[in-house]
Design a protein around this ligand. Sequence first.
Ligand code: ADP
Ligand code: MG
Length: 525
Amino acid sequence: MNSKDIKMSSEELEVVEPRPRVSLNDLSPASVEFDSSKSATNCPWANVVQPALQQNATTLNDIMSEQLAGDLQFEEEREFLKELLKSEDPDVKISELMDVPTNSDDCSSDQVIAQMLQMQFNREYDDQIKRVEQKFNGSSKVSVSLSNYMVSPVDDDSDSDEEINYNQKSWDSFEAYQKSFPAMSKAGYVRVNNEVVTKHDMTMSGRRNACRVMEFPPGISTGDGASFDMQLSNKVFNTLKVYSKAEEGRRTRVHDKIDKSTSEMAIDAKTRLLLYKLVNNNILDKVYGIISTGKEAVVLYASGGSLSDETEVVTEIPAECVVKNPRKIIHLWAEKEMHNLNRMNKVGIPCPSVVVLKKHMLVMSFIGKDGQAAPMLKEVKFSQDSEEDMQLLQSAYNQVIESMHKLYKQCSLIHGDLSEYNILWHENKCYFIDVSQSVEPCHPHGLEFLYRDCTNVCNYFAKKGAKDVITPESLFFDISGFKLDGSGAEILNQVRDYEKNLELLTFAKTEKPYPFEYCWEKSQK
Ligand code: ADP
Ligand code: MG
């Protein structure tokens, strides 16, 4: 208490005295009056008329004892607040948080009480929000935080342990019960408090079932199990399980349908994403419409960007490109097509050049001009009345035969699907395309494929009226060196015989033991 306090006059005191000190005895109904006309102070609480005892306190002694009592009470309140806030530094925190001036001259006890009540209310309100949050999140791995709605949000890190306990206690108590139970032995029973509990125990299996329900797929709402000891009978659990499986299957089917329908119309989601990446990486400038949606692949028209590798070497990308992706996402097909095209380009067979391979998508040069794809040979009209057309047809025939030879002899490849549908006619040149299924001559059915290619090509040109078209057998012989006699089914049988003989020959060359002998030997070792 300082000297200034002591020197205060009684009038001053009446004005500045913030807290009326009322003993319990004084608070008899008769001594307490509420006077609305005297509500001139700032305190939001109703004014309590000073009891007679205090109004007459005018001596210095009275004043001093009055102040001493006031200070003691204020100290008491501070202690109480300190407890409440669990604050280590009440001087700073209490005054800061509650806006309570440390100087008792500036405050009234009603204000402090009001603030304490407000604090308590806030805490209860925050607890309520916390409970709503816990209930909403349940045991989900992805949780929603409502801390923004709290009056004083809690720091996640500081009391995360508390939250875990809270979770276990309140929401999935049956899980905690289940865990507290000793693990079941292989024999199918355990001893608990000297009692044998078998795996068929109703309570145990009930809790186990409840735990299992919580592991159902995310789409199945399981509720939160609340704070009770949830137990589910086998019958209920099995019904829920059957339902969850059926529901999951249904969802998958629906997605399947969506994916499929999209890919039938154009391209599936994965391919779309890859296309975005190609554009983002500037490999492609723009992706335009679909050139062809065959049974096997989708071919898109795109304008090329620029490609630079780690060493910043910029590879020129053709201004016009196609993006081909197999319908079934089999990376191997696109990869195979890329290798085959590269081999063909090396020996000068007219075909698209490879730009880049991204997973199941192959970007290659566009055969055509200004977005107009070159026609397939099948679509080209070679009029037999026009000499020029016939010359072009003859040239096409020669080109195709030459490319077939090169393909077999220099690339060691058999197209496997060569026909007027997979040859594009561009600027009077025949371009071979669609080589994803091409095989090497050593393929078990390679020769059969070659014979089929020869038949397709010879039949087409003969039908179109080209001159000097040789027979498929002759072409087959010219290319492969295998002589075929006879006609129809006989020829096909001969081709198959060749293949068998070839296989045996290759087998003999590698000097591999007969498989049975080999396995027998291995088993003896
Ligand atoms: P599919 O396996 O569907 O037959 P293709 O490789 O034959 O696939 O391509 C289908 C169609 O797409 C072709 O008939 C052709 O019209 C067009 N096409 C394919 N590649 C190109 C290309 N590089 N340039 C222009 N058009 C192409
Ligand atoms: Mg094709």
